[in-house]
Design a protein around this ligand. Structure first.
Ligand SMILES: O=P(O)(O)OC[C@H]1O[C@](O)(COP(=O)(O)O)[C@@H](O)[C@@H]1O
Ligand SMILES: [Mg+2]
Ligand SMILES: [Mg+2]
Length: 364
């Protein structure tokens, strides 16, 4: 039997059970939660005025074609402020080209996606803030060095989700817990029960508009799901796509499922869309601590080491049995091909994804 626990209490418990070095980690988590509380209050107003508009008159278009919104910039500035007053040596952010040194003598490095799913600000769909906390590299090297280590180095990771309610999903390596914000008291409170993702699922999330660009193993996996009870899976699948990874991850933590943002044949999407350091690493840590799995198709996400703080990575996470199935399809993509993607199927088989053309689509 577990009891409701406040965030600060939980962090104290971790310190007393697992060591004093978690005190600094706890201070950083509380600082991020404080910024999240303020962001949630702002978003709850609804009318954000210019905050949901492009950040500049000459819109800054990112490498993936995204326009940086004024709210992306505001969220980044708010997180910088709280983390500058925390034991953080260096901060990397999706919104900053290079890491920013805060307190060179401090023990921790933090990487953030200040606003995930920011294309959804106007639509009232859930969006969030993702973070990972790592040990700072004590050597006086270039600031990015602290971030160029494997995902196993993470001391803590989490995300805030700003939806119908605000919640903080957190792991310090001792299970994944969800803390819900009580707007009356301002406290984040958890039931104390660790989250468990079922191994099996019949629900997947992927941006299906990119199907003609996908690599064969992904086409095969989705094709089998689409065939439902008539196909090799022998079961009907449900599909979801919110275009906000925190919202998809939250749903998977609550009721299971699998999320895919694979690499594809488009020039700028060979490595997918999501960033290894501040999107894939924290989500993989949270999902694995909840009994799920995360891969780029071939390797475990947490085994990877970024070469660059903004490096992208194909990302598949969620129900462990489905993630294993995807890894198996990448290992042996041609065995027992799905009829949906065969010669007379929905998508004709091409030797390379680049060779696929629109005229190869034939609606069933
Ligand atoms: O618009 P697409 O290609 O479907 O991509 C949506 C994905 O991109 C993201 O919005 C990327 O995150 P940012 O909003 O932080 O750039 C994910 O949250 C989401 O799953
Ligand atoms: Mg993001
Ligand atoms: Mg973002």
């Amino acid at each position: 039997m577990t009891h409701a626990v406040r965030l600060a209490q939980y962090l104290d418990q971790i310190v007393s059970r697992h060591g004093g070095h978690y005190a600094d980690v706890g201070a950083v988590v509380l600082a991020i939660a404080e910024a999240g509380r303020k962001l949630a209050r702002l978003l709850a107003r609804g009318d954000l005025g210019d905050l949901s508009s492009p950040a500049r008159a000459e819109p800054h278009i990112g490498r993936d074609g995204d326009v940086q919104k004024a709210f992306d910039v505001l969220a980044n500035a708010m997180l910088h402020d709280v983390l500058a007053a925390s034991p953080v040596a260096v901060l990397a952010s999706e919104e900053d080209d290079a890491p920013v040194v805060l307190d060179p003598k401090a023990p921790l490095a933090v990487a953030i996606d200040p606003l995930d799913g920011s294309s959804n600000i106007d639509t009232n769909a859930p969006i969030g803030t993702i973070f990972t906390i790592l040990p700072a590299d004590p050597a006086q090297g270039p600031p990015e060095r602290s971030f160029l280590c494997s995902g196993h180095a993470q001391l803590a990771a989490g995300f805030l989700i700003y939806g119908p309610h605000t919640a903080l999903v957190l792991t310090l390596g001792y299970g994944t817990l969800i803390f819900t914000l009580d707007p009356a008291s301002g406290s984040f409170v958890s039931s104390g029960n660790a989250v468990v993702i079922p191994r099996e699922t019949r629900e997947y999330a992927i941006n299906g508009s990119n199907c003609r660009h996908w690599d064969r193993p992904v086409q095969r996996y989705i094709g089998d799901c689409l065939l439902g009870t008539a196909g090799p899976r022998g079961a009907d699948f449900n599909t979801r796509w919110i275009a906000s990874m925190v919202a998809e991850a939250y749903r998977i933590l609550i009721r299971g499922g699998i999320y895919l943002y694979p690499g594809d044949a488009r020039e700028t999407y060979r490595d997918g869309r999501l960033r290894l350091l501040y999107e894939a690493f924290p989500i993989a840590f949270l999902i694995e601590q909840a009994g799920g799995a995360a891969t780029d198709g071939r390797r475990h996400i947490l085994d990877l080491v970024p070469e660059d703080i903004h490096q992208r990575i194909p990302l598949v996470f969620g129900a462990a049995a489905e993630v294993e199935r995807i890894i198996e399809l990448f290992r042996a993509p041609n065995t027992d091909r799905s009829p949906l993607f065969g010669q007379r199927g929905l998508f004709r088989q091409h030797t390379t994804p680049q060779a696929m053309r629109m005229d190869s689509l034939a609606c069933p």
